[in-house]
Design a protein around this ligand. Sequence first.
Ligand SMILES: [Zn+2]
Ligand SMILES: [Zn+2]
Length: 612
Amino acid sequence: MLSLDRPFTYELPAELEAGVGSLVRVPFHGRLVRGWVLGPAEEVPARLLTVRGAVTPVRFFDGPTLELLRWVSERYVAPLAAVIARSHPPRVASVEGAFLAEGGGAGLRGGRFADSTRFARLVPSAPPGPPTDSTGRARLVPSAPPGWLLQYRNGASLLEALRGSGGAFVLRPAPEEEVTVALECVGAALERGRGALVLVPEAHPLPATAAALREAFGDAVGMLLGGDRNERYRTWLEVRAGRYACVVGTRPAVFAPVPRLGLVFVSRESHALHREQRAPYYHVRDVALERARILGAVCVASALLPSLETTVVPHVVVEPPDRRWPPVEVVRPGPEGRAPRLISALKGARRGFVFSPVPGYGVARVCRGCGEPAACAACGGLLRLEEGRVRCTVCGADGRCASCGASAFGVARGGAERVEEWARRVASVPVRRIGRGEAPRPPGPSEIVVGGVEVVKDFGPLGLDMVAVLDADLASRRPGLAARERALASWMEAAAWARPGGRVIVQTRHPNDPAVQTLVTGRPERFHRAEAARRAEAGFPVGAPVFRVRGTATLEDELRALHPSTLLVSGLGDESVCLVALDPARVAEFGRAMRALAERGVVSRVEAEPHL
Ligand SMILES: [Zn+2]
Ligand SMILES: [Zn+2]
């Protein structure tokens, strides 16, 4: 709870062998609760209670990690206990017991406080937590094949930093070298005995980057990529015990206790899933940058299209010396997306991908019963024909006419199902659509795949001979400030599959749109400039922290008194919902105000960096 986000002081008996990062039991308001030990107390109150016991010998964080967790708590206005709880998988006592019994616990314990004080500062935990201290085994790690980085602009500086210093780098790999340069970075860190952490946005299917790391570095690589509760906690304990020099994982892995961490590598940095969807709503890129700063490590943000946010962080750009990007042809869309140039490309393609972001077969336009324009009877929403059924795209109800209740409609064809249908007739190889419920996979050796954003994954270099991007103009009509950036990131990842010998065809009525131009050149600068201007105009400049705050009717006045740079207010019954943008330097002050307002019951919820 934000209203109770502060530490308390207790006496910590030495025989508990607890210290920073310990999970302990303490009396609190007449109950026994769990709490995280943060460190020694400087001021000791006259009356204080005693810690009753340690829940586990495992230490869940050390000093530098606590500094990072505090930063997250402040930056995203989230209770410290909630941040700690989400920085590791939920504890499973039976798994921990078995791990300790096997003798796996050598690296899990931390020391007492250096000054041997008996008093501990502590935050009560809602959920539980645990361990620290690294005794990573020495192991010889094979280095990645000597490769491309040295030839990249600033590649030598990056390699130099990986050998022993720190810094922030934005890596824009050549499309077919995305995985290889990630391996090179990790290899350079491991060679010098530094640990590496690689953050990927998605666990399924297994990202090509993760598979390649396992292949190159074998048992030195630990995977925090899903699995059940037991597996996740077990792997985390192994990481905590120092068993892996390199850890690959999704969002929460950004806190993984990798020993001697020297590299934090963010793969597909602009991917939307690097933002945590539950409280605390941190962003992996920003936490990675801060963690690297605290540890004097290197942070690499790697993407074909780096996010707008990277442009406001001081960094060094690392990229190939020459332009390596497939030829991109811009054509006007034909009927149902069938531009003549695309038809002839499909005829000749042996292996290709058609990016078709609109699902279904078409959209209901008119009711066959009464002739009125088609709309959902339940909510007035758009009706779509998908997998043989007409359904509302808003509420999901079966398609019934809002005017007469009939369920037969005239349909305007268009969407991935329709594309699959006509592409089958023209292509000389099989065409398969991968639907929303199916496992994403790349095209087979002689196949054309039709699919939307759910098919654009880290498959590694594919060498397709054709990639088509349909409905490009939809991106600018989608709601959300970042919708265009997300669309362009997907287009570029798909276009990259056409390297080294293929072609890309994009269908648009707006060839001069900055997103289309960036897809054509492979260079993000023009898009970044246009988007930065657009966001500033909307009141949410790039780099300005944004919060969505819920609370009582007086919330608006309270927030206005803080003079945010932008304040948008909407009501929801008795509740106010306020969207606030701030100068980055004022986040700490804002967080204190929100905690005070939460204590007074004015603020009920703070969400950082909402999707706008
Ligand atoms: Zn509806
Ligand atoms: Zn009707």
